[in-house]
Design a protein around this ligand. Structure first.
Ligand SMILES: Cc1cc2nc3c(=O)[nH]c(=O)nc-3n(C[C@H](O)[C@H](O)[C@H](O)COP(=O)(O)OP(=O)(O)OC[C@H]3O[C@@H](n4cnc5c(N)ncnc54)[C@H](O)[C@@H]3O)c2cc1C
Length: 439
């Protein structure tokens, strides 16, 4: 990684936002020969912090989230070179059990149906962040500017000009392509007046690690309730990551409850499938809403990760979806873009323009189906289980849900859990991306 350049030269690609998705994108693009700058609003984490729930460092809040990574995502992270650092923090998902609170029936999802040993791996969010940051440190070709905030954007035809605010940072940055990975409230999305489809789920996810009485055996549990899912994800060392969705007015009492009380209530909510919970870790909560950008490409700006699609954690799809965006864009920006097989016939000027319209069209085309299906599946799951509509309730009370889920929805769930939806990006297939020009 190169240092800060006081009078910043124009770059091929500017990445706005160095969260998980922006950092993963920087790792994916660094070997491809483009000049890249990443602008991140928060300061670099102070050194320290190795825990799986603890913050990365003293200047960050704790993050007990653990992410269920689909098999395709694990392969993408391998392709980015971030997996070796992460492997010792990962726990395989050997099967998934979906049940509904207070109703008969269960859906057992088995990776053997697809000839696989595991759906993917569960990793603690801080370990994932550290692994990506550590990998980026080892790569040349990306300048990181932080703490600095992008405050304005202008498209010029040949490129995009970003206004930047920060101490000892350039005031402007010109790029041929801008990737906005600036999170759920994406300031760039606002600045460009991109319409957003929103829905407040009226739910909050409370997240906490606990120790179960019985071994989890690599099984992930998703218990549907009318206030949202209650998920238990297998972690290394026999721990389990809880994601407990409750209606917003009930969240504070649960956050404030003493550990013993919280553990007792969580055990009851789990239906006792893993016995009594003990040793509650740090608790944090996230309000849940849907925010889907009406356009993921505007001129030479691409929206990615939560900036493009912030979704409910039911089904654990958010980061997985963002990572597939990353892999698809890296492919379009590589020297072997299978997404547009006619690309090699392009004129050199067009070929070396990172923000050329043909590249962005190829990207948008490749991502549309996966995005729409993943958002619809996640939103549909939440709606189905929290619906107070008569016919849906009647179906559920009859205990028919598990059967209704049987063939079509079940197949969609299995394939979504694996993360392979056509067109599968090259990185998810373990293929190497070639540089677009020598570095
Ligand atoms: C409870 C919970 C559980 C989840 N579980 C899963 C799971 O199991 N599996 C899964 O795949 N996903 C899961 N997710 C989803 C996952 O957390 C998100 O998809 C992912 O974190 C999105 O990352 P991002 O980089 O797009 O956004 P963010 O992490 O929000 O990063 C955005 C970055 O942009 C920076 N920024 C913002 N504005 C500017 C600016 N103007 N200039 C410069 N920088 C800026 C911010 O500082 C930030 O660092 C879960 C989410 C929640 C809430």
């Amino acid at each position: 990684m190169t240092g800060i350049d006081a009078s910043h030269e124009p770059v091929d690609i500017a990445i706005v936002g160095g969260g998980l998705v922006g950092t993963a994108l920087a790792c994916a693009l660094a070997p491809l020969g483009w000049r890249i700058t990443l602008v991140e609003a928060s300061p670099a984490p102070a050194p320290g912090g190795q825990g799986d729930e603890a913050p990365d460092a003293d200047n960050l809040p704790p993050d007990p989230r653990c992410f269920a990574l689909a098999d395709a995502s694990c392969r993408i992270l391998q392709g980015l070179g971030a997996w070796p650092e992460l492997a010792s923090h990962a726990s395989p998902i050997r099967d998934i059990l979906v049940t509904e609170l207070g109703r008969p029936g269960r859906v057992h999802l088995d990776p053997a149906e697809l000839g696989m040993a595991a759906f993917g791996q569960v990793v603690p969010a801080p370990a994932l962040g550290r692994a990506l940051a550590a990998r980026l440190e080892t790569l040349d070709g990306v300048t990181v500017i932080r703490p600095a905030r992008v405050t304005g954007t202008r498209q010029t035809g040949e490129g995009v000009v970003l206004d930047i605010e920060g101490e000892k940072t350039p005031a402007r940055l010109e790029a041929s392509l801008v990737v906005a990975a600036d999170g759920a409230d994406s300031p760039l999305r606002e600045a460009l007046d991109v319409p957003v489809r929103r829905r407040d789920y009226g739910q909050v996810a409370i997240v906490c690690h606990v120790t179960p009485e019985h071994a989890h055996g690599g099984r992930a549990f998703e218990r549907m309730t009318d206030t949202g899912p209650f998920a238990m994800l297998p972690l290394p060392g026999g721990r389990v990551g809880l994601v407990w969705c409750v209606e917003t007015p009930d969240a504070q009492a649960l956050m404030d409850a003493p550990d013993d009380d919280f553990l007792e209530r969580a055990t009851r909510r789990s239906g006792g499938v893993l016995g009594q919970f003990s040793e509650a870790g740090v608790r944090r909560c996230w309000p849940l809403s849907l925010a889907v950008a009406g356009q993921d490409v505007v001129g030479r700006v691409i929206f990615m990760g939560n900036a493009a699609h912030t979704i409910h954690p039911a089904g654990a799809q958010g980061f997985n979806l963002g990572l597939r965006d990353v892999a698809a864009l890296a492919e379009v920006l590589s020297g072997n873009p299978a997404l547009d097989r006619g690309a090699t016939a392009r004129e050199p000027g067009e070929w070396l323009d990172a923000g050329a319209a043909w590249r962005l069209e190829a990207y948008a085309r490749a991502r549309r189906a996966d995005r729409e299906a993943t958002v619809a599946l996640t939103d549909g799951l939440v709606g189905l289980f929290s619906s107070r509509l008569g016919p849906v309730r009647a179906l559920r009370s009859a205990g028919l849900l598990a059967h209704a889920m049987a063939p079509p929805l079940r197949r969609r769930l299995v394939s979504a859990a694996m993360g392979y939806r056509a067109p599968v990006p090259a990185l998810a297939l373990g293929q190497r991306l070639e540089p677009v020009r020598a570095t």
